[in-house]
Design a protein around this ligand. Structure first.
Ligand SMILES: Cc1cc2nc3c(=O)[nH]c(=O)nc-3n(C[C@H](O)[C@H](O)[C@H](O)COP(=O)(O)OP(=O)(O)OC[C@H]3O[C@@H](n4cnc5c(N)ncnc54)[C@H](O)[C@@H]3O)c2cc1C
Length: 425
């Protein structure tokens, strides 16, 4: 089959890789000139296979006043006239209950473990020998300042232990022993959850490197600078996508991997897709020349501020904030200041590097569904398949999701029961 993959973020390039491996002919299209230049570019770099609990959980109800009024609130909402924002928010709040959160966690864990296995296999592919994306098994430590949140995390660890996670709950001293860079932090820690086998990697390098490797394969074509502007439909079937003003691209099947742009295309194809952009930011500090313990080697999450820290190569990637502000691409100074002040509080010895002009401030849109589960599988439109809505976990879940959709399109039995990931009718 000739399959056209719409969007070359981490989901689109991995989908192309698996489809090619299954013997299909693939055209990958993106509005940008290269791969991984959307949400996949400056993300938190964490392959966190055991930290998948959704944003939509019952604690949202008690944390709402903090989110709305605290100076350090990690969440902002700017009401827009866009009905999609309100519909998404209502569906999100409906999903904030214990039963739904538990079901979502289990489905995400299964997809995450499949993704870890697939990422390991992909890294061992001899055809990808030169793919270097600063991958490392770094371990991950999620730190808590509030006792109540720490206790909730302990219960989550116990729950996930029944579903295959191996995590340790540690008191504050044990955390500081494990990661010496935290010893100079100016926070009063209650404790943390440590997962030894979590990974990090530079998602942008991965996308670019994988695209380069795909380019040399027969049956693959990349169309950069090709904005998809419409859907050419007849009798409930997608026949072609429109590119720019006049061009049409036909294929036997299409996979929608446009991240936060996916809902817009779905509308053009005549159906609603509950994927809304949750904006976040990152900065990247150069660490070369600093002493070994100025910055962490283990990936750190400051749970109350929802800021993550990951060392990739000689850099420290700092990412955070969740904003419901539509597709507004601006990078306000206060968002970057929030990341800088979080970094200074945790790693004062690295704070000198925050003055650098080269912090590469970045904003991206997590393509989020209300429940936190991605949508993988057929769409209501014939010949159009979905692999989108991975929210804050797209890097982590990419390889598993891509392998599932490739199997479905090839008429093979997917490794997981697909019901949880299907678009609700
Ligand atoms: C601040 C932040 C931190 C994050 N940290 C992590 C993390 O640590 N770990 C993790 O697992 N995940 C993380 N994520 C989430 C992760 O980055 C995303 O889930 C993932 O990148 C989504 O990939 P995607 O391919 O679906 O979307 P994208 O990477 O956005 O790719 C979509 C592509 O579609 C293209 N496109 C859109 N519309 C059109 C059109 N009309 N025509 C043609 N092309 C189009 C875009 O140009 C883009 O290249 C983070 C996200 C953010 C914002």
């Amino acid at each position: 089959m000739h399959i056209c993959v719409l969007g070359a973020g981490v989901i689109g390039v991995t989908t192309s890789y698996y489809l090619l491996a299954a013997g299909h002919e693939v055209t990958l299209i993106d509005a940008q000139e290269g791969a991984g230049l959307g949400a996949s570019y400056g993300n938190g770099a964490q392959l966190s296979y055991s930290y998948v609990a959704p944003l939509a959980d019952p604690s949202v109800w008690t944390k709402w006043p903090h989110y709305l009024f605290s100076r350090h609130s990690p969440l902002t909402m700017k009401p827009t006239p866009d009905a999609a924002q309100w519909t998404w928010l209502m569906q999100f709040l409906k999903a904030c209950n214990a039963e739904r959160a538990r079901q979502t966690t289990v489905s995400l864990l299964q997809l995450a473990y499949l993704s870890r296995r697939e990422m390991t296999r992909l890294r061992a592919d001899p055809a990808l020998e030169s793919l270097d994306f600063q991958h490392r098994i770094a371990g991950k430590l999620v730190m808590f300042t509030e006792q109540a949140s720490f206790e909730a995390a302990r219960r989550q660890v116990e729950f996930q232990a029944h579903h295959g996670s191996r995590q340790d709950v540690l008191d504050a001293d044990a955390c500081l022993g494990l990661e010496p860079a935290l010893q100079s932090s100016q926070r009063d820690w209650a404790g943390g959850v440590y997962t030894a086998d979590e990974e990090v990697g530079n998602c942008a390098l991965f996308c670019q490197g994988l695209l380069n490797a795909l380019r040399s394969k027969p049956g693959f074509r990349f169309r950069g600078g090709a904005a998809v502007t419409g859907a050419d439909m007849s009798r409930g079937q997608l026949n072609a996508v429109r590119i720019g003003r006049n061009e049409k691209l036909e294929a036997d099947a299409f996979v929608l991997t446009m991240g936060a742009g996916s809902a817009g295309f779905a509308r053009q194809a005549g159906f609603a897709l509950p994927v809304y952009p949750l904006k976040g930011y990152s900065i990247t500090l150069g660490l070369a020349g600093l002493n070994e313990h100025a910055a962490p080697r283990i990936s750190i999450t400051d749970a109350s501020r929802k800021i993550v820290y990951a060392r990739i190569g000689d850099d420290l990637r700092v990412a955070g904030r969740v904003e419901l502000v539509g597709h507004d691409k601006r990078i306000p100074e206060r968002a970057i200041e929030e990341l800088k002040s979080g970094t200074t509080a945790l790693f004062p010895q690295a704070a000198g590097r925050l003055a650098s002009a080269a912090l590469s401030p970045w904003a991206g849109f997590r393509p989020a569904t209300p429940t936190g589960l991605p949508v993988i599988g057929p769409s209501p439109v014939k010949r159009l398949y979905l692999n989108t809505g991975h929210g804050g976990l797209g890097w982590t879940l990419a390889c598993g999701s891509a392998s599932l959709i490739a199997r479905q399109l090839s008429g093979e039995r997917p490794e997981l029961d697909m019901e949880a990931y299907q678009l609700a009718s």
